[in-house]
Design a protein around this ligand. Structure first.
Ligand code: UD1
Length: 422
């Protein structure tokens, strides 16, 4: 296992390129199984979650070919297994998209239940409800099993705004008989990206990005397409916050500024300078920030995946900030790690109160999940002295060459093997 060793207080200067959207990729790659044709997907981030998905697609029988580090060609024309009980699936939550894709094309799927980041209960009842409304028999225990002779269009209302359920139902509905209407859907940028991909394949989806999506089932999909993923909203946000925290002047390139508006607005409220261009954002910061209140909400609200990273920044803001988690039940476990570095944070249910301190102090901390791991790195950039971030396997799940990108901006960060971690 590896760890990061970071000496804080270096300002960040220069330019950083943002990779493709991991959360779009983990849905689009399984959705490739809908077609007998060949799909080439570009701008795939080179991260562990993608390696897991590509391995699962190979094990299921698809031909997976990496054309270069960020481009992959997948051919699902051969025999595809509809049972996926591989150990590997337990490493990633997004494996449930394989159910939507296999059910959509073959009318049956059996996939081991997902693991992934742990921040409270992670139900799949809405996925189940959607598939059942379309005529499938579904059971969910250790295995997510769904079967339908004919998937048919249905009207589905999601009681909670869910990214996963929105995408999974959309994938399953592409080849269903008739029209599926999903109401109260999530509107995250990667939902629009998945819909664009499915339409490029020959699907007929309207409304992605609004709160009602209409999928008119089609009989078949195209033989061959090439699709390029959008940039990663959360990776871009992480570099915006890292630059704000460390101080300096950083141009964050290959982004869609519209997707980052909630983050830009909050940084400006903290008195960080944010300059927007057509496909880049510049952050200029002295490293001194002011308190804010924020609430993590579904898009276009402040992204929940940015919440831990924003809290890390607020640990040294002038004044007392309040952060409310509006999506996940329990997403503040990581604050104990920030406290080891001298942060003053109290948590009450879904709310954290952060009393800004003069400076954090380097310590040994754990990445408790993917975004909490990024938060530890941001905290380490601001801290006096040396911080060791352990369990960085979580960070490797979702950030492409994180330390290399930070080092190119001037951060003092090294990846070191950690013989004591199992
Ligand atoms: C995705 C993201 C994750 C992000 C989250 C919210 C991926 C791979 N992961 O996760 O990083 O934090 O969106 O932006 O894209 N819920 C139900 N029933 C369900 C499904 C969800 O009640 O069947 C609830 C959840 O408990 C949670 C809320 O809905 O409170 C949002 O979950 P959801 O949007 O589904 O998250 P994921 O798709 O798992």
């Amino acid at each position: 296992m590896d760890k990061f060793v970071i000496n804080g207080k270096n300002k960040l200067y220069g330019e950083v390129d943002i990779s493709g959207a991991k959360n779009a990729a983990v849905a689009i790659l399984p959705a490739v199984l809908l077609t007998r044709g060949e799909c080439t997907i570009e701008n795939i981030p080179d991260v562990q979650d993608i390696n897991y998905i590509l391995d699962v697609l190979s094990l299921l029988g698809a031909k997976v070919e990496r054309l270069n580090r960020n481009t992959v060609r997948i051919d699902a024309s051969g025999k595809i297994n509809t049972v996926a009980d591989y150990e590997i699936l337990n490493h990633m939550r997004a494996s449930y998209y394989i159910v939507g894709a296999l059910l959509g094309r073959f009318g049956k799927a059996e996939v081991s239940m997902p693991g992934g980041c742990n921040f409270g209960e992670r139900p799949v009842d809405l996925h189940k409800k959607g598939f059942e409304a379309m005529g499938a028999k579904v059971s969910v225990s250790g295995v997510f099993k769904a079967e339908a002779e004919h998937l048919r269009g249905a009207n589905i209302y999601l009681d909670t705004v869910s990214v996963g359920a929105t995408i999974n139902i959309m994938i399953a509905a592409v080849l269903a008989d008739g029209m599926t209407v999903i109401e109260n859907v999530a509107r995250e940028p990667h939902i629009v990206d998945v819909a664009n991909f499915l339409n490029a394949m020959g699907g007929d989806i309207k409304g992605a990005g609004t709160d009602v999506i209409r999928i008119n089932g089609v009989k078949e999909l195209k033989d061959s397409i090439t699709y390029t993923l959008i940039p990663d909203q959360i990776e871009a946000g992480t570099f915006m916050v890292a630059a704000a925290a460390a101080g300096g002047n950083v141009l964050i390139k290959n982004v869609i500024p519209k997707h980052l508006e909630a983050i830009s607005a909050k940084l400006e409220e903290m008195h960080i300078e944010v300059q927007e261009f057509s496909d880049s954002i510049r952050i200029i910061s002295s490293g001194i920030t002011d308190k804010i209140n924020l609430k993590a909400l579904p898009y276009p609200g402040f992204p929940t995946d940015m919440q831990p990273i924003a809290v890390a920044l607020l640990t040294t803001a002038r004044g007392t900030s309040m952060v409310t988690e509006g999506v996940w039940e329990s997403r503040f476990q990581y604050v104990d790690e920030l406290r080891r570095m001298g942060a003053h944070i109290t948590v009450n249910g879904r709310m954290a109160v952060i009393e800004g301190v003069e400076s954090l102090t380097g310590a040994t901390v754990n990445a408790t999940d993917l975004r909490a791991g990024a938060a530890m790195v941001v905290a380490a950039l601001m801290a006096d002295g040396c911080t060791t971030v352990r369990s960085i396997k979580y960070i490797d799940r979702g950030y492409e060459h994180f330390e290399e990108k930070l080092r190119a901006l001037g951060a003092d960060i090294q990846r070191v093997s950690d013989p004591y971690e199992c």
